[in-house]
Write a protein that binds this ligand. Structure first.
Ligand code: ACO
Length: 318
């Protein structure tokens, strides 16, 4: 049992921001170069379009700026920058180095690669740093999966997109809490979804689908149990935006009505580590979160990794 369940960490998300490239690529556009159709893609994945463009660093900077602005704080107040990405701009150094410089931060900076689970891994890590004494941590999920996609492979090219989402987290005694979390990895499954250095993404689609449902369900259930709450009490689920069918099946298995899951993947496709902060930002911008709500963030991805966090939202105008 992890510690969050024994002593709940008082924390809040005080700011957030989302950055998406301007260029929209629809399913119809993909159908011009691939043997596929809008109907097939929509029915099998729920994806209608994706955004393509930019670099991981530039999208992270844009989302990070918006998150700082929304938190109403300057770069000098950030004690740590964590970037979740599986598509760094360079092999060396970490993308966070560039982002730290361009945001004008003077704190430590690091990347975390846990594929599509990376944002929740980074959020939980950031919470650990709050507990260790940081006053404010900027956590960004940013990806340019289009650079690692084989655009001639219809089984993968339809699924991915680019984007970034960022949050500012800080300690709080106004009701906001990290109630429970779960991080896992099943390294024996690493070959079913991978890209070698310099290569493009390989995915055993239907096997990944089956394992993704298991990972999302088990990880979500584990974080809910560690939080000491019941699935019915979860007001909103922010799942990794990979495929609406994975979300539908997993929500059933989690015992949470599908209407409580946020789905923006129709417009963004799968943006890996960026997908959860993008969906969270969308929910917050649309006032889908109220004081004392319990939110489940649940990610799964290559590795295969999975990561979940149950957050109690605090007072809205803290
Ligand atoms: N258009 C038309 N036909 C296609 C396409 C396409 N884009 N892609 C595959 N097909 C064909 C296949 O060739 C196959 O044809 P065959 O029966 O003649 O061999 C048929 O459609 C069925 O293929 P399946 O792979 O079995 O289709 P499935 O229903 O599994 O859907 C999909 C494919 C959408 C990729 C699904 O398996 C899936 O979503 N898997 C999980 C993907 C995912 O979420 N990955 C990321 C999670 S982790 C992370 O985010 C990094």
């Amino acid at each position: 049992m992890n510690k969050a369940s024994e002593e709940h960490l008082g924390m809040r998300i005080s700011g957030w921001g989302v950055a998406l490239p301007e260029r929209i690529v629809t399913n119809d556009e993909l159908s011009q170069t691939l043997d596929t159709s809008n109907e097939w893609i929509l029915e099998r994945s729920g994806i209608a379009e994706r955004r393509i463009g930019g670099s991981t660093g530039s999208l992270a900077v844009e989302a990070g700026k918006l998150a700082l602005k929304s938190a109403g704080v300057g770069p000098e107040t950030i004690d740590l920058l964590i970037i979740a990405t599986t598509t760094p701009d360079d092999q060396i150094p970490a993308t966070s180095s560039k982002v730290q410089h361009e945001l004008g931060l003077s704190c430590g900076a690091m990347d975390i690669n846990a594929a599509c689970s990376g944002f929740v891994y980074s959020l939980v890590t950031g919470c650990g740093f709050l507990k260790a004494g940081c006053n404010r941590v900027l956590v960004i999920g940013a990806e340019t999966l289009s650079r690692f996609t084989n655009w001639e492979d219809r089984s993968t090219a339809i699924l991915f997109g680019d984007g970034a989402g960022a949050v500012v987290i800080e300690p709080s005694d106004a009701g906001g809490k990290l109630l429970g979390w779960d991080l896992s990895s099943s390294g024996e499954l690493r070959d079913i979804l991978h890209a070698v250095i310099g290569g493009t993404l390989y995915m055993a689609g239907s096997e990944v689908f089956r394992k993704a449902v298991i990972a999302m369900t088990e990880s979500g259930k584990s974080a809910i149990a560690k939080a000491g709450v019941s699935p019915e009490e979860i007001s909103l689920v922010i799942p990794h935006q990979a495929n609406i069918r994975i979300i539908e099946t997993s929500m059933k298995k989690l015992g949470i009505p599908l209407e409580r899951a946020v789905w923006v993947g129709d417009k963004t496709a799968n943006t890996s580590a960026a997908s959860i902060p993008i969906a969270l930002g969308h929910a917050l911008d649309n006032n889908q979160v109220a004081a004392n709500d319990l939110i489940l963030l649940v990610g799964f991805g290559a590795g295969m990794t999975a990561a979940s966090a149950v957050i109690q939202w605090g007072e809205i105008n803290e």
